[in-house]
Design a protein around this ligand. Sequence first.
Ligand code: ZEM
Length: 290
Amino acid sequence: YSNDSNVAPKLFVPKFEDYQKVYNEIAGRLEEKEDYDDGSYGPVLVRLAWHASGTYDKETGTGGSNGATMRFSPESDHGANAGLKAARDFLEPVKAKFPWITYSDLWILAGVCAIQEMMGPTIPYRAGRQDRDVAACTPDGRLPDAAQAQDHLRNIFYRMGFNDQEIVALCGAHALGRCHTDRSGYSGPWTFSPTVLTNDYYKLLLEEKWQWKKWNGPKQYEDKKTQTLMMLPADMAIIQDKKFKEWVKVYAADNDKFFQDFSAVVKKLFELGVPFKEGTETWTFKPVNA
Ligand code: ZEM
C-alpha cells in the first residue's frame, strides 16, 4: 500500500518553542487589553493559577493544578472562585489558537506569564498537566478564608505541604491586584502599584498604621494615612504571628531574597498534584514586555 490514506497521521509533540508561542500570545493579550481593572488582567490570571493549584491535599493526592476542574460546576461556583470567569474567558481565544495545550497547562502558563510580565522573577515551568472531568472537582473549603487568622492559614497551607516561610513568601502575591466587592465582598488594593510585583506588601504591612475600615462590608483593614490601601484579616495575621513576622521582616528588607523565594514557592504551588513523566524538562520563558 502506498496510498496516502494508509500513512499514519503525524503526532504533534509540542516543544519549548511552541509553549513560548503560547506565552507570547498571552503576553500580547495582556498588553492589548489594558482597559480592565487597574490596567491589566495579570493579577486575576495569577489568582486563577493559584486557585487551580491551591486545592491540593497531600494526604489524598486530590486537587492541584492537574485537571483544570474549575471549568465545571460545582467548583466554578465555589465562593472563593467568584470572579475567576474573567480570567478563564480571557484565555479562551488562546486555547482556540493553540488547541493542543491542555487547560491545566494553559492556566499555569498564564500565571507564570502574568508574574513575569508584571516585572516579577522568572518562574520555571514544566508542561504535562492533563485535564480531568467534573468527577475530579474538589470539595468547597480547600482555599483560605480571608476572615481567619494564623491557625487557619497553617491548617490550609500545611495541607498543601508548605511551611511557615513558604506561606509568608506566597502571601507576597498580594502586592498584585485588588479585592472586588462583587467577588469576595472586600474592597481595594494592597499596594500603590497593583500591576507590578514588588516586596511592597511586606513593607506596607510593617510600616503603615492599619485600622479597621468603617463600612458595611466584611471586616477589613485600611491604612490610616491614605485610607486607600487594604489588608485582609488573614494578611494581618502574618504580622500578628511571631514566626510569620520574622519572614515578613526578611522580605520587607530584601526584594532579591523575596523574588528568589517567591519564584521557588510559586513553582512548587503550580506543580502540586502533577504526575510529571520522568525526564520532563524545566523551561524558562523569555519575557515579552517586562
Ligand atoms: Zn489572594 N485573595 N489570598 N492570594 N489573591 C484575593 C485576591 C488575590 C486570600 C484571599 O482571601 C484573597 C494568595 C493567598 C490568599 C492573589 C494571589 C494569591 C482576594 C480578593 C481575596 C479575598 C478577590 C477579589 O475580590 O477579587 C487569602 C485569605 C490568602 C491566604 C494567605 C496566594 C498564595 C496568591 C498567589 C500566590 C491575587 C493575585 C489577587 C488579586 C486578584 C485580582 O483580581 O486583582
